[in-house]
Design a protein around this ligand. Structure first.
Ligand code: PLP
Length: 389
């Protein structure tokens, strides 16, 4: 049977994730040190796991409200108010989703009409462009540069805005670069969004993972922005809860209502045991989260120092758990560099091009990996580049 006409055209046109392609090569090899997958090496703190277990023990095995348990939404509202300094109504302005991944999909599908343009900054998380395309939008990438610390400059955003632009997608701290945005840049971006009447979707999943004592600033907290911002956050990264599949979106009620329509038919609700665990994370999880953050901080400092010492130019990222070193001077493409590093030294890192064409010449290394493995990986990378010089 010829399936080429069976698959929807806009889905056929979406390329497979570059990360997935690369990691199929690594699967089943236990000799490989992986700096590849963007996932905490910590197990979810015990008291959070226990809350999920208690939930099952108490026989809480049902659906919840489509929006998520009200008790969880109240915890989210309190946490978001304290951490992001923006107030959202637990009853009307918060929806609990299956990861930030689902929240991205809901927001795009709820807001876009076919052909609407969505601007996002590259290099970026692999799902952004495909998610826009799946919602029948037009994905418009704005390149960021090493010189600008991979942050989105308002001038670059201004140049990309057209009469068809509907939304701007932000992600600070950024996957894959660890970039953060300055207050001045966020204010410039906010001014443009107000001027051109654009909606901002801001994926702040790494917001707790800021280093050097810097505080996270959300664009939603800037004057005039709450009414045009969809703030996305979740539990996967800072609370090491990837497998719980839980996230949330905070936005004005009409937007949450539209997202809820899609969610109630496509997903119904997020799992109840994950929601119970999330309440525990928000109410009592900050001390364990801060310990994990401090450990990532130490690892960031170690990895950046080692890469620079061995002659690989690596900026110091302000957040998340990725470094994005510049490997262009070795005369190999990102993919060639990553493949040869894997072949020669069994170290897996992701070619920068998996995150957009402007990632050429870079490599993404996730340092949410045990210190011993990180040390070994750095020695092996040093060994590998000595063969290239
Ligand atoms: N957003 C960004 C920027 C990410 O890096 C990831 C995962 O790597 C996600 C969203 C997906 O998060 P979740 O596990 O909450 O679906």
């Amino acid at each position: 049977m010829d399936y080429s006409n069976i698959i929807a055209k806009h889905i056929s046109a979406i390329p497979r994730s570059g990360i997935r392609d690369f990691f199929e090569l690594v699967q089943g090899r236990d000799d490989v040190i992986s700096l590849g997958v963007g996932e905490p090496d910590f197990t979810t703190p015990w008291h959070i796991r226990e809350a999920a277990i208690y939930s099952l023990e108490k026989g809480q095995t049902t659906y919840t409200s489509n929006l998520g348990m009200l008790s969880l939404r109240k915890s989210i509202s309190k946490y978001v108010s304290g951490f992001f300094h923006v107030d959202y109504s637990a009853e009307k302005e918060i929806i609990v989703t299956v990861g930030v991944s689902e929240a991205i999909d809901l927001a795009l599908r709820a807001l876009l009409n076919p052909g609407d343009e969505v601007i996002y900054h590259e290099p970026c998380y692999v799902s952004y462009s495909p998610s826009i395309v799946m919602a029948y939008g037009e994905a418009v990438a704005v390149e960021t540069t090493k010189q600008d610390g991979f942050s989105l400059k308002p001038e670059a955003l201004a140049a990309a805005i057209t009469p068809r632009t509907r939304m701007v997608m932000l992600n600070f701290p950024t996957n894959p670069t660890g970039a953060v945005a300055s207050r001045a840049d966020l204010e410039g971006i906010a001014a443009l969004c107000i001027k051109h009447d654009l909606i901002v979707m801001t994926d702040e999943i790494y917001s707790e993972l800021r280093y050097d004592g810097e505080e996270h600033l959300s664009i939603a907290a800037l004057p005039g922005m709450k009414e045009r911002t969809i703030l996305l956050h979740g539990f996967s990264k800072a609370f090491a809860m990837t497998g719980f599949r839980l996230g949330y979106a905070c936005a004005p009620q009409p937007i949450i209502e539209a997202m809820m329509k899609i969610h109630q038919y496509a997903m119904l609700c997020a799992p109840i045991m994950s929601q119970n665990a999330a309440i525990e994370a928000l109410e009592n999880g900050t001390p364990s989260m801060l310990k994990m953050r401090d450990s990532y901080h130490q690892r960031r400092d170690f990895v950046v120092r080692r890469l620079n010492e061995m002659g690989i130019d690596c900026h110091t990222p302000g957040g998340a758990f990725y470094v994005f070193p510049d490997i262009s001077k070795f005369g190999l493409s990102s993919k060639e560099f990553a493949m040869k590093l894997l072949e020669a030294e069994s170290v897996a890192a992701v070619p920068g091009t998996a995150f957009g064409a402007c990632g050429e010449g870079f490599l993404r290394c996730c340092y949410a990996t045990g210190f011993d493995d990180l040390k070994l990986a750095m020695d092996k990378i040093e060994n590998f580049i000595s063969t290239l010089k």
